[in-house]
Design a binder for this molecule. Sequence first.
Ligand SMILES: [Mg+2]
Length: 225
Amino acid sequence: MTIRAVLFDFSGTLYRLEKDGPWLADLVDGEDLVGEHEVELVRRLTAPVGPLDGLPDHLQDAWARRDLDPAVHREVHLAMFDRVGLPAHTAEAFYARLVDPGNWRPYPDAVQALRTVRDAGIRSGIISNIPWDIRTALKRDDALELVDDLALSYVEGRIKPDPELFRLACRRLGVAPEEALMIGDSVTADGGAAEVGSRVAFVEPLPTAQRPTALLDALAAHGVR
Ligand SMILES: [Mg+2]
């Protein structure tokens, strides 16, 4: 079947949480939360789905719901930072960095991929488990105007892999799920699109500098050039 819409995941697919300089080292003095610990902490905090190690049971539910409600997202992160020993003011500053559009970087081919879809006469959407408005980042990079629709978990009240979220995104783009290609980095979250009959292509959530053309390659593999 002909592809009439491409749905992109945001984190790890179009964009990645990346910042110049340290995440924590400038916020704590000589603590053990720098270096490898810092990298590991950021990795765990940006995991798309699943339980979080080290979080008590009563917070696991909040963790599972974090992308549905910005307040819950903030609360559960601060609770976790407290558990790993970050002082409150440091935890606040660190949390602010995670949801700061300035620390989200597009992959080198992200804008070109969106433009390729547009030029091919195909509709495009972003479907994301996220607790903040990614349009700020997209606008900064002149990408927002290339996206036909956004389905953000905290707005829609659903998180991937909920099939209804994929159906909703397709409905708003005016295509059947079978006519859509979902491109994402998470088998669990983005792979859910296959449940509603969409095609799915995966990319690796590598550092942006190490992944120059994966989005364009995925599109080309499905005949979108
Ligand atoms: Mg992702």
